[in-house]
Design a protein around this ligand. Sequence first.
Ligand code: ZN
Length: 661
Amino acid sequence: MDKQQAKQRIKKLRETVNHHRYLYHVLDKQEISDSALDSLKKELFDLEQQFPDLITPDSPTQRVAGKPLKEFKKIKHGQRMISFNDAFSKEDMEDWRTRFIKLVPENQKNQIDYYCELKIDGLAIELIYKNGFLQTGSTRGDGNVGEDITENLKTVEAIPLKIENKKDIIVRGEVFITKKEFERINKEQKEKGLPAYANPRNIAAGSVRQLDPKVTASRKLDSFAYELLTDFGQITHEDKHKILKDLGFKTNKHNKYCKSFEEVLQFREHWIKEREKLDYEIDGTVVIINNNEIFEKLGIVGKAPRGAIAYKFPQAEATTKVLDIKVQVGRTGAMTPVAILEPVQVTGITITRATLHNEDEIKRLGLKIGDTVIVGRAGDVIPDIMKVLPELRTGKEKNFKMPEKCPSCGTKLIKTEGEVLLRCPNKNCFAQKRRNFYHFVSRTAFNIDGLGPKIIDRLLDEGLVQDPSDLFELKEGDVKNLERFAEKSAENLIKSIQQKTEITLAKFIYALGIRNIGEETAIDLAKYFGNIKKIREAELEEFDKIIDIGPVVSRSVFDWFQDKDNLNFLDKLEKQVKITNPKPASKKLEGRTFVLTGSLETMSRDEARAKIRELGGDTSESVSSKTSYVVVGLEPGSKAEKAKKIGVKILDEQEFLKIIS
Ligand SMILES: [Zn+2]
């Protein structure tokens, strides 16, 4: 990005960030998630680091967000209440260290140690004690002037009203609510027909910024103190916490002294894993240079001290740019538009592409090539574009148009009635063949170890295989000579292919890659027909008789088994592999259908499904009146709601385990 572009981008980012910060800090409202906003702030921060002369005093990186509401009396802070810059990765942390270490005197560079704290998702406050009594309590506001919320803070039990010290004391900390209280209050809101709060910070902020202290008192707010402005002879940040504790303030027992930078990184890694066990939400750690003198000397740049940083947890959402939209040819010829993204970390993993599903989805999002978007990972797995931020457009963004011809074979694309997807109708389309191959060997189909897309591409390109049935005829000598293919791996590959020559009928049907046939439908077909021969001979009407199979699916199975090429392929394949159709080991769950939602603690969902089938039961993807049970794990989806609505019995993991034991 050149300077002119950076200038433009910085301007737009500032406007957008300011808008959302105003909503968030002043109105306690939210249009985009915390992580998306953090991501925009980080981009702005990085750009300003790259072009420091473009920094202006009014940039959100230089100012603390928020403005005191006019309904409250204002309180001027004795010292400015700052906030921290964010780091999201080890690289960000190293950048931070590089920036501050330059400014530390040579003889102290080796003595830097740290104090690490949990970053609680709450609201920052300042408390002033005079003569041993709490005199005022205020919000951060814009950093210089905050709102007087003394009466409300007096209702918070963790905040002492009186301390055994007559000095004038200034303390800073956080008010927050526990996860339990968050749920309780939202339940109450719902019962009253009021909107639910988006997150605990939102409630904490909403609760202390009440004009009526009775409302505040009705909510069990908690508080930790983490900063002491009054001099008690403290040398380190750790000392401050000890003194605060001695004075009677509640400090967080999980905060920790860290001798090295390595320990700082470990502290965060530890809490990524342990955070669920806390009874309040944290969104990262705060890292502070322990030596107060060095910390003070490093000073403040913009709104944040140089000697501290918020090291945030992996974000569930992030913002990035859509560099291009490409069309991918699926194994059944479906054209799927895919967004090519500027690399970005989401939940700690770098992603570079996100499926856009179909043309309608692009229209729904209003997405253009070049747009800044919010990406997340749906169900923590598949990258997904959630929202476009049109306010960041430059005017150079381009509209996307689906191609008329297949990008692989050039055949004119068609749209089947009732479908949203365009398809390449060419049965011999190479891109489709390749995808079908990937599918055939995948974990849920033939499950051939060590045979990934890259090797398949090589085998296809070298002409060693034409269709998946050829795999079983491959000999070590065929692959050994491939460039960079070692003898050992050739041997292993052939071994793992030969190990998979026996397969269940259901998996076999699924592996064929018939359009609209997922794992569940394949199981239904296997159960109903019992062998391939019967499926081959079945009339179209026969398929309609199977419960759970609709006319579209019937048609597509029937058509597949009418196609001459497919039947030839099937003949070849049947000579190579042994298809089994094992009866369930037990009839314990016969006639009962299970739907699983959310993640289970003791087993994967695949394992749970296998167990149900072993006991003669059925599984399904969707809840209907035919469903016997819905098994609800952690973070369940809408299926649990639906089950409640139509009155299907819901099982938690313990109850489920009892049934299958
Ligand atoms: Zn094609």
